[in-house]
Write a protein that binds this ligand. Structure first.
Ligand code: HEC
Length: 110
């Protein structure tokens, strides 16, 4: 009886894992690891003074860990044009750089 339960539990675990893999593969905007890495480097140079090292300690600035994942356009606009106390970055960073920052933001800090 114990064995049957164990088998059942591990079957469920395997199914859950398989499902996660499928969802990941299907996600059209799952960021590429090299984009995330690039974004992370740009972030630590330009954004960390206000938003906190590795997004972890934003103080008065926006907590990027909770930035809505479905508002990419807002992210691109706010970052390139600035918002209130935040300076615009469009003159300093390329569109590609800002895309990488978005990848880093949605991937999150591990
Ligand atoms: C000088 C400090 C400072 C720096 C440097 C800075 N930010 Fe900000 N950022 C802020 C502040 C303050 C806010 C809150 C603005 C508001 O909503 O009033 C903010 C808000 C944001 C928001 C949310 C905008 C929205 O639509 O609500 C994003 C996204 C963001 N910053 C990304 C970045 C990125 C990416 C960088 C690096 C390229 C960066 N910030 C660098 C101060 C800064």
């Amino acid at each position: 009886m114990k064995n049957a339960i164990r088998t059942m539990v591990s079957t469920i675990a395997v199914c859950a894992l398989a499902q996660t893999a499928v969802v990941r593969a299907d996600a059209p905007d799952a960021p590429a690891p090299e984009q995330v890495k690039k974004g992370s480097a740009i972030y630590s140079q330009n954004c960390s003074p206000c938003h906190g090292p590795r997004m972890l300690d934003p103080q008065g600035a926006f907590d990027l860990r909770i930035f809505p994942r479905d508002e990419k356009t807002r992210f691109l606009t706010s970052v390139s044009k600035g918002k209130n106390q935040m300076p615009p970055w469009g003159g300093l960073l390329s569109a590609d750089d800002i895309e990488a920052l978005w990848a880093y933001t949605i991937a999150g800090e591990k």
